[in-house]
Design a protein around this ligand. Structure first.
Ligand code: NAD
Length: 264
């Protein structure tokens, strides 16, 4: 895949460490020759993100907390100043109070509902609008979602509702930007062991259940999610927009385990 992204520049938002899905995608983009800029949330993450960025030849690392609109504006001002334009953007950002990622969805508080929606859903719309303004030659925008958007996953609760809204916003943004050659897609990853993933109660049990009950009978690796991300951000997917692309070992197609397994 070397050379596929040569001459292309883009922003990766959401690297916390080398287990992050954003890092899996960034590694594949760098291998394919892309120039990358990174954002990080707060100094503690910054100390981890800067050496990772260096590994892929980037010194373009900018703080950004999507709850702070001034920091979002500063990111796009910096991109405009240094690069003038970009070709792609990865949004791999999600947050909800972990005290509400357990028990019943019905008990979600108003404050956490709003905060989860702003960080995990609306931030994509906000950065997509700013990114589109510096994509005169078209481009590709990608966000991360999860199967809990369309089917009930225990404990995923308000994150599932936010992901449903995020997937819907992908379709609306794809329609808004299509005429300018900007594509917008979501990648729906199977469970990956990350910081955010660990915030969902009993994540390990869900991880094991999905592994056991998916057609491929194994979890997806960061490399596989990264490869699919590269595809969605590259010209290989030039006819694809408004799509939710599953990279989940096929789990989402199943309604129940195979009959042989039920008899075990
Ligand atoms: P992660 O913890 O590595 O990444 C989450 C990122 O969100 C972190 O970098 C964090 O700094 C960032 N973030 C949270 N609040 C923010 C804010 N206010 N401003 C800026 N950044 C903020 O975990 P991950 O699993 O790689 O998560 C990336 C995306 O993938 C999320 O949208 C998550 O919902 C999604 N996803 C994860 C899984 C999984 O199993 N891990 C599966 C499907 C989808």
């Amino acid at each position: 895949m070397t050379g596929l992204m040569a001459g292309k520049r883009g922003l990766v938002m959401g690297v916390a460490n080398d287990h992050s899905i954003a890092w899996g995608i960034a590694s594949k983009l760098a291998e394919a020759g892309a120039d990358l800029a990174f954002t990080y949330q707060g100094d503690a993450f910054g100390r981890r993100v800067k050496p990772l960025a260096e590994k892929v030849g980037s010194d373009f690392v900018i703080p950004c907390d999507v709850e702070d609109l001034a920091s979002v504006d500063a990111v796009f001002a910096a991109l405009g100043e240094r690069w003038g334009k970009i070709d792609f953007l990865v949004h791999a950002i999600g947050f909800s109070d972990k005290n509400e990622l357990k028990g019943r969805y019905a008990d979600t508080s108003r404050d956490n509902f709003v905060r989860t929606m702003v960080i995990s859903c609306f931030s994509f719309t906000e950065v997509a609008r700013r990114a589109a303004a510096i994509m005169p030659d078209g481009g590709s925008l990608l966000t991360l979602t999860y199967g809990g958007a369309s089917r009930v996953m225990p404990n995923y609760n308000v994150m599932g509702v936010a992901k449903a809204a995020l997937e819907s916003s992908v379709r609306y943004l794809a329609a808004d930007f299509g005429e300018t050659g900007i594509r917008v897609n979501a990648l729906s990853a199977g469970p990956v062991r990350t910081l955010a993933g660990a915030g969902v109660a009993d994540a390990r049990l869900m991880y094991n259940f999905q592994r056991k009950n998916s057609p491929l009978k194994r979890p997806v690796g960061l490399e596989e999610v990264g490869g699919a991300g590269l595809y969605l951000l590259s010209p290989l997917s030039s006819g694809v927009t408004g799509e939710v692309h599953f990279v989940d070992s096929g789990y989402s197609i199943m309604s129940m385990p195979r009959i042989e397994e039920l008899k075990e």
